[in-house]
Design a protein around this ligand. Structure first.
Ligand code: ARG
Length: 461
């Protein structure tokens, strides 16, 4: 059975087909540095429990330090006979410390508590890297927003022109969603920062080891309160997969807008050459591949979440080998976002906005109709009536193929007697935007405050 950790009761080694199926070193090698840190902490608690002498502890630490250096340099790698990262590293330890000393480290721990701990450690680091990348996208959005104060655009619902808004308001909406995702990652970390080390296979350790000491050494808030839960639970992984998928979905929604905005029909933005691609046949093409890959990868991230939840759904407690399927989806979600986030941040940072085009379209499609209705309400007209009247203005303007601001005084008065020429004060994009000045609204001052707050929140996140 090569370096297997469980050969004793077996007369023969595993069939080749089983060995091939069982093996996980091709992906769980990513846990190697965490496995070694766990071993270093475990050696200290074995020493604390009187199971390693001072000399043995020193010898063990020296061997583990060498092993860590060899893993880092690539001098030590898994062999074909190693089932998983834990098996490979035990082989490496024994090669360096000898079988007598090296063979002592396995006391009081199991791959079940090791892998649950190391996976949490890996994910805590991975989600921090992702959060940094998300914050770079937030910075790029806020910087673009602040670079275009006062730029108006058509706000949309149902993709139809709805009401004019500031470009900064629209960009900030994406930034808020992404900042909540970062907050979700921080919150996830608070809940996930408990170390299963010391849970053993499932029932805990009989050797007087101190799980709290290991937890503290590995940067956790504390150790698992329940050894069965410590080894069997993977809600931490599923929850992380959700937040990573949510980030993908939020990037996808932003990207879908960029894709639309970059079409000739919208003409809102031009993508920078460095963040767009050409066509192998159509020389004129400039394609929004970054945004499309973001949209596409979001499906993959959702798939990783769905796959993991499905794996977990029927599992009895405690550890089952099915749980070996937990790592690849999360490794993949983190890796995909680490590729994607810098590209999206760069794409956003280098967008050229065509503010004249945005301004020209802002009032198109009668986006100021709501402003007429609300102006009438301020004159004491019930909203139900005001809504009808504003609709009448749209009908009149549409009949003549003009904008609301082009209706004559007589036409306005004919729609409703309260519509005197002073209604024109709200028939501009600027007037409409400035009037929406309650908290959260699109008025310039409100948006400027919002962007300043976003900057503060992003810096603190
Ligand atoms: N490689 C396994 C995993 O990733 C850990 C090994 C547990 N194996 C076992 N027979 N209990 O989950």
């Amino acid at each position: 059975a090569g370096s297997a950790l469980w050969g004793g009761r077996f007369a023969s080694g595993p069939a080749d087909a089983l060995a091939a199926l069982s093996k996980s070193t091709h992906f769980d090698w990513a846990l190697a540095p965490y496995d070694i840190r766990g071993s270093q902490a475990h050696a200290r608690v074995l020493h604390g429990a009187g199971l390693l002498s001072d000399d043995e502890l020193a010898g063990m630490q020296k061997a583990l330090d060498e092993l860590a250096a060899d893993v880092r340099s690539g001098a030590f790698v898994p062999e074909p006979g190693d089932e998983d990262v834990h098996t490979a590293l035990e082989r490496g330890l024994i090669e360096r410390a000898g079988p007598d000393l090296g063979g002592k480290l396995r006391a009081g721990r199991s791959r079940n508590d090791q892998v649950a701990t190391q996976f949490r450690m890996w994910l805590r680091d991975g989600t921090r890297r992702v959060a940094d990348g998300v914050l770079d996208v937030v910075d790029a959005l806020v910087a673009q927003a602040q670079a275009h104060p006062g730029a108006a655009m058509p706000g949309r619902t149902h993709l139809q022109h709805a009401q004019p808004v500031l470009l900064g308001h629209q960009l900030a909406a994406h930034a808020h969603a992404l900042l909540r995702d970062v907050d979700r990652l921080r919150d996830w970390d608070r809940r996930s920062a408990y170390s299963p080390y010391g849970s053993g296979a499932l029932a805990g350790s009989s050797l007087g080891l101190d799980p709290e000491a290991v937890a503290a050494e590995l940067g956790f808030t504390g150790s698992s309160a329940n050894s069965i839960d410590g080894t069997a639970s993977r809600d931490f992984a599923a929850e992380a997969a959700f937040v990573l998928a949510m980030i993908g979905v939020d990037l996808s929604r932003l990207s879908e807008e960029v894709i639309l905005w970059a079409t000739a029909e919208f003409g809102y933005v031009t993508l920078d050459d460095a963040f767009s691609t050409g066509s192998s046949i159509m020389p004129q093409k400039k394609n929004p591949d970054v945004a499309e890959l973001a949209r596409g990868k979001s499906g993959r991230l959702v798939g990783n979440l769905t796959g993991l939840l499905t794996t977990l759904k029927g599992l009895p407690l405690a550890y089952n080998r099915d749980l070996q399927e937990d790592k690849e989806p999360l490794f993949d979600s983190v890796a995909q976002l680490e590729l994607l986030l810098p590209a999206v941040a760069g794409m956003v940072a280098t967008l050229t906005f065509h503010t004249d085009r945005l301004a020209e379209l802002a009032p198109a499609g009668f986006t100021l109709a709501t402003d007429i209705a609300e102006w009438l309400v301020r004159q004491g007209v019930p909203f139900r009536v005001a809504h009808e009247a504003a609709g009448g203005c749209v009908r009149a303007a549409e009949a003549r193929d003009v904008g609301l601001e082009d209706l004559t005084d007589a036409e306005l008065a004919a729609v409703h007697p309260a519509l005197d020429p002073s209604v024109r004060e709200v028939l501009t994009v600027e007037g409409s935007i400035a009037s929406r000045n309650a908290r959260g609204g699109t008025a310039g001052d409100r948006v400027a405050e919002q962007l300043a707050d976003l900057r503060t929140e992003a810096a603190a996140a």
